[in-house]
Design a protein around this ligand. Structure first.
Ligand code: SAM
Length: 365
């Protein structure tokens, strides 16, 4: 197989086999990597325009019942001071997103499924829907029952993000304790679709033991799940977690994971075409000046600037080096708009920015 021949077919929208996806991810040199990014960016520009959709990110609670080996807010990390934002704080952040013209918010938290939490999220959704702004709402709160997903959908959320973390069951098991079941994570994603959400998933990139073949299988998983949205980024060790202790960063590793993440974005764009792909905060954690912009130039079309209270940000550190810890939401917004302009992209304001794929998927049913 010739790299450039496969890249040409990919740009034309032909079906790629898993080995062909792996070949693209494995671009052999700087010239082929550049050609990959350029092809993915042309496809992104053709399908989504030179436009970036913005979502105001609200990390509303770091209380978590899970113990994922990589995650800084895992239940057993006693160094974290736990918080849940009050309804007023959450509504204030959502209103700020509305004022900024973001058109959409993402409500993210640790995982809980007790009735008080389910009710609280339902109420947040109802109250945000009453604000004088048209805000598309995305949830990212973990695995729940179909009934809960249906309640949250009915209360006003339209998108749900649940990363599979790795589509390889072997890797999934290696990075989670025994009570986190791969089959359950997949089943939860199915439930999210059944509840009628625009459905998103993703993986961490550069996990210990993860190969290019695993990453190609991840993209094949996204395709087979017919997902609408992809949010993925580099794995970044967090020092107070089992994986952070066992696999501390060596010099050069963050940059390698960043580069691999950009390749994943590019190949995912070429394979999935009309989905929304996020240039995630983890890219910015490794390259604070240009990480997310490089994500956009590799084919992503969504950015999620933080609109949460600065006071809580330091307590929602999933990994080391989280950016914008002490930057207010307005400065984040102004910097982002300027940096998008610099790369010839325009932020889309006052629009929900739904993934085209969702409408194509629903129409083709
Ligand atoms: N609890 C929800 C869930 O499980 O989907 C949402 C919150 S969870 C903290 C959000 C995402 O953070 C996870 O899906 C994971 O991919 C990412 N994450 C956690 N720790 C990370 C790390 N050390 N490096 C990179 N990403 C990480």
């Amino acid at each position: 197989m010739d790299f450039y021949a496969v890249l040409h077919s990919a740009e034309a929208g032909e079906f790629l086999s898993v080995p062909e996806i792996a070949l693209l991810l494995d671009a052999p040199d700087a010239a082929s990597e550049n050609a990959l990014f350029e092809a993915a960016y042309r496809v992104k520009s053709r399908i989504c325009g030179k436009i970036v959709n913005l979502r105001g990110l609200i990390e509303f609670s770091n209380i978590c019942t899970r113990n994922c080996f990589y995650c800084g807010i895992r239940k057993s990390n006693h160094k974290v001071s736990r918080y849940t934002m009050s309804m007023e704080e959450i509504l204030h952040s959502a209103a700020l997103a509305g004022e900024f013209g973001y058109g959409s918010v993402v409500l993210q938290s640790g995982e809980r499924s007790d009735p008080a939490f389910v009710d609280f999220v339902e109420e947040i959704l109802c109250r945000i829907s009453q604000l004088p702004y048209e805000l598309g709402i995305t949830l990212s709160c973990g695995e729940e029952s179909l009934e809960t997903y249906r309640r949250w959908k009915k209360a006003g959320a339209r998108r749900y993000l649940l990363r599979i973390e790795s589509a390889s069951e072997k890797i999934f098991k290696a990075i989670h304790p025994a009570d986190a079941l791969y089959s359950e994570r997949r089943a939860a994603l199915e439930r999210i679709k059944t509840a009628g959400f625009q459905t998103g998933s993703g993986v961490m990139i550069g996990l210990p033991g993860q190969t290019v073949a695993d990453l190609a299988a991840d993209i094949d998983f996204f395709r087979s799940m017919d997902l609408d949205m992809i949010g993925m980024g580099p794995f970044i060790p967090q020092e107070d977690t089992p994986m952070g202790e066992k696999f501390p960063d060596q010099p050069g590793m963050p940059e390698k994971r960043l580069e691999l993440s950009l390749r994943m974005i590019a190949v995912t764009r070429l394979v999935l075409r009309d989905v929304n792909i996020a240039a995630t905060t983890a890219l910015q954690a490794i390259d604070p000046e240009n990480g997310r912009e490089r994500g956009i130039l590799a084919g992503a079309n969504v950015i999620m600037p933080n609109v949460g209270d600065i006071a809580h940000r330091k307590d929602y550190q999933l990994y080391n080096g989280k950016p914008s810890l002490d930057e207010n939401s307005e400065d984040i917004r102004n910097k982002l708009i300027a940096s998008l302009e610099r790369i010839g992209e325009t932020a889309r304001f006052n629009a929900s920015g739904d993934p085209l794929h969702f409408f194509n998927r629903v129409q083709n049913k």
